[in-house]
Write a protein that binds this ligand. Structure first.
Ligand code: FES
Ligand code: FES
Length: 207
């Protein structure tokens, strides 16, 4: 162990000294910039932007909140505002479970900073039902048994809401294309496609 430290040119003593230098450096930067050094992860002193106030219009209701600049829109929705219908599954933009509609377009809430959504209109699964009446897509998902564990379901439904707004009679291929960014590990795809076709017919009839 001592040998490998010598090879890398870094002894334990020097490493600990370096840490002390880092803290002193952060304090010096703070003094120069006038920004307060704060304790970050693992006790490291950091200088940078602190919490920021933002406002979000969620399902037509205005919310004002203060977020750390690193907070994703998904974490702001779930942790700060209790909109837990939007799911965190992969948390890296690969599964679509966190899909919401932002200013009319679907986005992945895990891949957007809450700061970047400041002032935006956000639609989540909680905003679809009108009182006790479910949205036609929600009803069709139940009718066609288009969910098993349900973790992917809110994301699929928000993608399908957006699809049917743009195209109220999609073909099967267009439905598949519309949900191409959503993954269902339970394999409910055939039932999801039937549900979307059914909901499209209901919406077209004015349901
Ligand atoms: S949780 Fe956002 S894409 Fe998977
Ligand atoms: S219903 Fe379980 S992942 Fe889709």
């Amino acid at each position: 162990m001592g040998d490998s430290n010598q090879k890398s040119g870094m002894s334990r003593r020097n490493f600990i000294k370096g840490l002390g230098g880092g803290i002193a450096g952060a304090t010096a930067i703070a003094a120069k910039t006038g920004k307060a050094a704060q304790e970050g992860p693992h006790g490291a002193m950091v200088v940078g932007a602190g919490p920021v106030k933002i406002s979000l219009l969620i399902n037509s209701k205005k919310h004002e909140l203060t977020v750390d600049p690193r907070t994703t829109l998904l974490d702001a929705l779930r942790n700060d505002l209790d909109y837990t219908g939007t799911k965190r599954v992969c948390n890296k933009g690969q599964c679509g479970a966190c899909t919401v509609i932002l200013n009319g377009k679907t986005i992945l809430a895990c891949s957007m900073l809450a700061l970047d959504a400041d002032g935006a209109s956000v639609e989540t699964i909680e905003g679809l039902a009108q009182g006790n009446k479910l949205h036609p897509l929600q009803e069709a998902f139940v009718k066609h048994d288009a969910m098993q564990c349900g973790f992917c379901t809110p994301g699929f439904i928000m993608s399908c809401v957006s699809l049917l707004r743009e195209n109220n009679q999609p073909t099967l291929d267009e439905i598949k294309n519309g949900v191409a960014g959503n993954l269902c590990r339970c394999g409910t795809y055939p039932n999801i496609f039937k549900a979307v076709e059914d909901a499209a017919t209901t919406i077209k009839k004015g349901g």
